[in-house]
Design a protein around this ligand. Structure first.
Ligand code: SAH
Length: 220
């Protein structure tokens, strides 16, 4: 169980304001509850802490960003989690999205390609007591096939197309939410795996850092 906040900490007012605004946009109690429990200020660099509850992405070093809270809420809600799922996350980054998923799902397996970020995220998640979240350094294949199959997959970086290897790691009837498009501009989509087909729904425009590696973009 994660650290909870009793409303007396320094960030309580800013956090409450953000949560009130998200509630107007995302009608999903599980997600709103998770977002009100996870201290985002612990996932941003010290110099950005005062901005932790602004609804915008922030730099976290190594050219990467912590996603905008609205986008985190939208993607998590789109996975339609009930609490029993094992979820795969691609792109741990700060670990904030990992914590939100860990609040709701049974287990979270997160992979990150940059060792410094993976290490830092692991420390914060451990400190907050998320024993149901694991962070791995990504290997030669996209995702983490040895931990699968997963009932839900969230990709936190922009992909040129839906990666086949992740569809393989997704269980039947599982949902995958990801940004798809060009290197700089994407559309958020939800893919549902059905017996003979894959259903794709469009959820709106977005802008993520590129997914790098196999079935994705080159490093530069
Ligand atoms: N949701 C995260 C955002 C992370 S930014 C947060 O809120 O902090 C996207 C992350 O994906 C970056 O840290 C980047 O290094 C990572 N990434 C990019 N391509 C990857 C890949 N193929 N496998 C694993 N991680 C990847």
């Amino acid at each position: 169980m994660a650290l909870t906040h009793d409303g007396t900490d320094d960030y309580a007012v800013a956090r409450a304001r953000l949560i009130a605004s998200l509630k107007q946009q995302i009608r999903d109690d599980r997600v709103i509850k998770a977002m009100s429990r996870v201290p985002r200020e612990l996932f941003v660099p010290p110099e950005a802490r005062l901005l932790a509850y602004d609804d915008r992405p922030l730099p976290i070093g190594w050219g990467q960003t912590i996603s905008q809270p609205f986008m985190i809420a939208l993607m998590t809600s789109a996975l339609r989690l009930t609490g029993s799922e094992k979820v795969l996350e691609i792109g741990t980054g700060s670990g904030y999205q990992t914590a939100i998923l860990a609040e709701i799902a049974r287990k979270v397996v997160s992979v990150e390609r940059l060792s410094e970020l993976a290490e830092r995220a692991r420390l914060v998640l451990d400190r907050l007591g998320y024993t149901n979240a694991e962070v791995h350094l990504s290997g030669a294949t996209l995702g983490w096939p040895q931990g699968g199959p997963y009932q839900a997959i969230l990709i936190a970086a922009g992909a040129p197309r839906v990666p086949d290897s992740l569809l393989e790691q997704l269980e039947l009837h599982g949902r995958m939410v990801l940004p798809v498009g060009s290197r700089h501009d994407q559309e958020l989509i939800r893919v549902t795996k059905l017996p003979a087909t894959v259903v794709t729904e469009r959820l709106g425009g977005c802008r993520f850092v590129p997914l790098i590696g196999p079935e994705a973009w080159d490093e530069d």
